[in-house]
Design a protein around this ligand. Structure first.
Ligand code: UDP
Ligand code: MG
Length: 329
């Protein structure tokens, strides 16, 4: 495993890195209507980072908040030169925000953190320590997760699924408290697909990935930005964006059903020869039931194909992932 030395001047390593003095650590935080959390987050993060004793910057991405989030951050920037603010012109979603943060990060190590204090910033040094050991990506794993069962069950399924689809087995893909080595982030920045899920994308470029347990708290202030609809969309993105498995599964099912149909036909024919025409008229309702099942599967298959085509369409249009209104640092 490579030894990730943090002290290397990063300009020489990465020509594409944005101008400005290199730092050792960049903390990237997406913000969407978090006015209640920002005043609490800032001192805790600052203290943790100061104690770590390495040069750092904090990149806050305001994802089109409609509350006073951006204003609050600008206020804090007057006293803290390490803060940088990127403002989107409207809401593009958490992953687009993190992407923007990656594009502007100058650190050798990039840490992502949610603004809602569910993942305590005090855990950052643990992640950094693992990166120092030589890992490319260190994922946080929410030890005792404080969310409702309605969040946990889909998460469990998705974690299993992505682990299989990507071949990198992690227990918690949903945790956004993560650290990445510069080399991984550089690759992510070069990807220009539109709907992306950062932890999965990152794993496809990493040499060594590890996971450590981090604390998890309830969201005390502000609301979760993910309702059921957004969660479904995210999971659909994830599943279709990173594998062809769903569509392959449907094809397999199709073959199986066709075989069953042929078997069924042969069976009916035999019965007709043995028992005569009377038997064939029965079981109409059973047939209806079978029909509904097959029609259902067909529609599902069409929907899935549509999903892939839709994705191809949006990639082909190649529209910008987000529009930045203003950058201040
Ligand atoms: N977030 C964002 N844009 C969005 C939704 C969320 O930047 O459209 C940010 C949000 O401010 C928070 C993080 O992403 O810092 C995680 O959001 P949230 O806590 O609502 O998600 P959950 O913890 O419920 O998964
Ligand atoms: Mg949260």
């Amino acid at each position: 495993m490579r030894n990730n030395t943090l002290t290397q001047p990063h300009a020489s390593l990465h020509a594409a890195a944005p101008p400005g003095p290199p730092v050792e650590i960049s903390v990237v935080i997406p913000i969407y209507n978090e006015e209640e959390n920002i005043p609490l987050l800032h001192p805790r993060l600052r203290e943790t980072m100061e104690r770590l004793g390495r040069s750092y910057e904090v990149i806050l991405i305001d994802d089109g908040s409609s509350d006073r989030s951006a204003e609050l951050i600008s206020g804090l920037m007057a006293h803290d030169p390490r803060l940088r603010l990127i403002e989107f012109n409207r809401n593009y979603g958490q992953h687009a925000a993190v992407f923007a943060g990656f594009e502007h990060a100058r650190g050798m190590v990039i840490v992502t953190l949610d603004a809602d204090l569910q993942n305590p910033p005090e855990e950052i040094p643990k992640l950094i320590a693992k990166i120092d050991e030589g890992y490319d990506i260190v994922g946080g794993m929410r030890g005792k997760r404080r969310d409702s069962v309605f969040r946990k069950i889909p998460s469990w399924l998705v974690n299993r699924f992505i682990s299989r689809a990507t071949g990198v087995s992690l227990r918690d893909y949903g945790c956004m408290l993560r650290a990445y080595h510069r080399t991984v982030v550089d690759q992510i920045v070069r990807c220009n697909e539109i709907s992306s899920f950062i932890p999965t994308l990152a794993n496809s470029f990493a040499r060594s990935v590890t996971e450590i347990e981090v604390a998890h708290a309830e969201r005390k202030r502000g609301k979760s930005k993910y309702n059921l609809r957004r969660l479904l969309k995210l999971n659909f993105d994830l599943v279709t964006g990173f594998s062809l498995f769903p569509i392959q599964l449907i094809s397999g099912l199709g073959i199986l059903i066709a075989l069953l149909g042929i078997g069924f036909g042969i069976m009916l024919m035999v019965l007709r020869f043995v028992y005569g025409a009377v038997w064939a008229a029965q079981g109409v309702f059973t047939l209806f039931a079978l029909l509904f099942v097959f029609v259902g599967i067909q529609l599902l298959a069409m929907g899935l194909i549509g999903e892939y085509i839709g994705r191809i369409y949006s990639e082909v249009r190649n529209r910008p992932r987000y529009v930045i209104k203003k950058i201040s640092s």
